[in-house]
Structures are given as C-alpha cells and as structure tokens.
Design a protein around this ligand. Sequence first.
Ligand code: PLP
Length: 394
Amino acid sequence: MPRPIEALLHPDALAGNLRVARHHAGDSRLWVVIKANAYGHGIERVWPGLLGADGMAMLDLDEAQRVRNLGWRGPVLLLEGCFEPRDLELCSRLNLWHVVHHEAQIDWLAAHKTHQPHRVFLKMNSGMHRLGFTGHHLRSAWARLNVLPQVDEISLMTHFSDADGPRGIAEQVAAFHAATHDLPGERSLSNSAAILRHAGDAEVRADWVRSGILSYGSAPDFPEHDSAHWGLSPTMTLRSRLISTQALQPGDTVGYGSRFRAEQPMRVGVVACGYADGYPRHAPTGTPVLVDGVRTTTVGRVSMDMLAVDLTPVPLAEVGSEVTLWGHGPQGSGSVLAIDEVAQAAGTIGYELMCALAQRVPTRVVEGPGCTMAVSPHPLQPQHVQPCHPPAHA
Ligand SMILES: *Cc1c(COP(=O)(O)O)cnc(C)c1O
C-alpha cells in the first residue's frame, strides 16, 4: 500500500468561488489568476473549475502555452509581460495580452515584427513600488505605445499593496485616477482582497478584476474575515492517516528537540505527513488539525515525513484514522479546516502552503466538496468507509 497521504483537488469548489467573485464584481469581467501552476493546484487538474472566468492571467509563458493547448481561446494575460524580446513571438503566435511595466519592454515591441498587433496592459506603479511606471513616465510610456504599429489596444492597470488591511486602497486609487483619468482604454485594479472588500466602488471594479487567492477558497483578509464569512470553499484538501499511536506518561516528550512534554497521561497519534510533503515545518504545537473530522492540534516539531497530534478529543482514533491537514474533512462530517488557520499558526499565509504542496504527494481530482479515502482500515467507525465520487480526471 502506498503511503496514505494525498491531496484532493476540488474544481467544483473553484467554480463556486469564482461565482462569489462575480457576485462582488458586478458587470466587470473576471480574470482568474493561475500563476504558480494555479497556486500549486495544477492548472490541468482544476481546469474545469477555471472555465467560468472571462480570462486567465499568469506569469509563465509555459503556463500560457498550456492553457492554449487545453483549448482556451479567450483572453490570456501575462502579468509581468515579456522577460526578453523573443517572448513577443509567442505573444503574437498565441494571441497573448501582456503587461508593459518598463521601458525596455516598449523597445522590444518597437523592434518586434508581427502581422497581428498586440493588446497590452500598461502598468502603473500607484504606490506599491514593485512594478510599473509612475506619474509622467506612465504618460510618456502610453504615448510611445500609442504610436507603435505593433500595438492594438492599450489597457491600464495597477496593483494594490494594502487591499486586505487597514491602510486600504484610497491613496492608490487616487494616484491611478490622477495619472490616467483622461486616457482611453479598459482598466484593471482589483486583486482578491479588493474584489471582496472594495468592489462596491465602480472605479475599483473597473473593467476587469483579478481573482487570485479567493478562487482557491482562502480569505485574503484572514483573520479579520474567514473563508466562511465570504462564502468560499477550499479547493485543496491535504489529508493522510495515523500510522502509529503512542500512550504518553507525564514527562514523556514527543519528536525532535523534545519540544512537547506531556503533563498528564495522554495519547498522541503519528500522521504520515511532514515538511517534505509541503506541511510547514514551523507549525508549532497547537496548530489545528482534524482527526476523523474532530478538531485537535499538533504536538511537537514537524519532521520530514511525520507529525504528531493530540488524540485527547478523539479517544476512538486508531492507526488508520483519517487526518485532515487542511481542507474538507471526512465525507459526511461536514467539517472543514481552513488552510488560513494552519497558515496563521505557522506564521505564513494560505498562498504559501498551497504553492508548497510537494511533488511527492499524490493528487486526486474529486467532484463535489469532500471525499472519504477509499480504503479505511478503521475497525471502529465503519460509517467512514464510503465510496469516493468518481474522479473527474484520472
Ligand atoms: C497574484 C496577482 C493577483 C492576484 O492576487 P490575489 O491576492 O491572489 O488575489 C492579481 N494581480 C496581480 C498583478 C498579481 O500578480
């Protein structure tokens, strides 16, 4: 039998999350952001869930090529634009729209030979100071692009640094407005946090919104709001099983560095999941986890291939019990462990955990939200042995 860990991917949940984005975004068109291989999910694995978007946005040309190979004829946007002149050939061939955020990209366009003029998104640095043109540089870039035969349509775009927090977006929206209000073209401003928190403002919704993390069921402004508050559902479940249980006496310690010491007699379970699977090594004792759908916590340090959990709230748990590291709990339990909670305990964000899912973890695509593991050797809780929905893709 293979090691029991697996990741389940839920394209239906992704489709539902995109409906949430649409609900907030009104008439704006919706980019689904699929960079980093769809935030670690695998573009091909969650493909059916992405099709409700109006366009797909990413950074890697390889990913753009993959969505074209999958048959996507709609808009594709390269969020960082071209990295070198010959990237423009692929843009011409595959009809990719691309961001222009520095002068050299305009030079490359000016020298590019194409029969098909390109649609570009001119990026303004409205205060984040990562990519884009500021103030009068933006206007001269626009003027340069505007006379190039290689350029068809110029759209305008910016990115918010604080849409999820107290600083908000007002200053950046004002800077964008001041620099662009008299320029023609479509506009795109909002990431997930802005879609959920600020899309009541038509200027913020603009023509296109860019739905990233919310598409994958994580709340961009956790812990102020959680995914349930926004009606989002996890698109990735990481689950495994207990491969050992241990009875501890007071004073016994667990794991490397003896970071956890029992104060009273207790049982712990050992889970086939470690940092080599993408579980965060920095998750401390007390990080939430589900055992047989019951909420408990990790104890001690996370090892490469294993971690330990407190079985006190789950006295019937045994070797073989299902463990949910994040995502949907056992089928029928209705339980969910938000990836945001695990991330917060480990001092990171849901984005990083999704993107860090390790290659060695087998993945399975399931229809509907949760899915019970196919084989459960658990003798005491036979109701947990239920067939899985057939996978949408092998
Ligand atoms: C990643 C990215 C997004 C999506 O951000 P989320 O916070 O995941 O919604 C939007 N726009 C740009 C330019 C990005 O790089």
